[in-house]
Write a protein that binds this ligand. Structure first.
Ligand SMILES: [Fe+2]
Ligand SMILES: [Fe+2]
Length: 169
């Protein structure tokens, strides 16, 4: 059988090294989603004020979507003969999405969400590159999830623009 990129089988015994590399990328993506769920829960509850309401509702809806992403990554780790990590392996990174000093500081939340979505966009784009011609199923899943994150980022950029237009950001 010719050894071409299109005939590469990520599930094959001799694809083990490539598979394990992809599983490591998926574990990182999984933790990013889990941390985003934590951050979006707190930021969908903490903010005060009339104007915060829209942001809180938007984040509340996103929680389910990000949780769904985490579950998709977990399922793909398992399919690739990996093990979904336990909570003891978790290490937090989203310093920018911690509660602000004042709960009316909604701009802090909006900027934090944009940073989290941008981080996901950059990392998932890298996974899309690294799975190209090697694991089209993971790549396909990543493309769909990247699309979701782009939508989230764009929405929050719109929120930020409104505050900027009013000189509040
Ligand atoms: Fe996500
Ligand atoms: Fe997102």
């Amino acid at each position: 059988m010719p050894d071409t990129a299109t005939s590469f089988d990520i599930m094959a015994d001799d694809s083990r090294d490539r598979r394990e590399q992809i599983v490591e990328l998926l574990k990182k993506a999984y933790w990013m989603e889990i941390e985003t769920v934590m951050s979006y829960i707190s930021n969908s509850v903490n903010p005060d004020g009339v104007r915060a309401q829209e942001i809180k509702e938007s984040l509340e809806a996103d929680i389910q979507e990000e949780l769904g992403h985490a579950q998709q990554f977990a399922a793909r780790i398992k399919e690739l003969y990996g093990v979904v990590p336990g909570s003891m392996e978790f290490a937090a990174e989203q310093s920018y999405l911690q509660p602000p000093d004042h709960q009316v500081d909604i701009v802090h939340v909006i900027k934090g969400v944009i940073e989290a979505e941008q981080g996901a966009i950059e990392f998932y784009s890298r996974v899309i590159d690294e799975t190209d011609g090697i694991d089209p199923v993971t790549q396909d899943m990543m493309i769909a999830i990247l699309h979701d994150e782009q939508g989230h980022k764009r929405l929050f950029e719109g929120f930020l623009r409104e505050y900027e237009a009013e000189g509040l950001a």
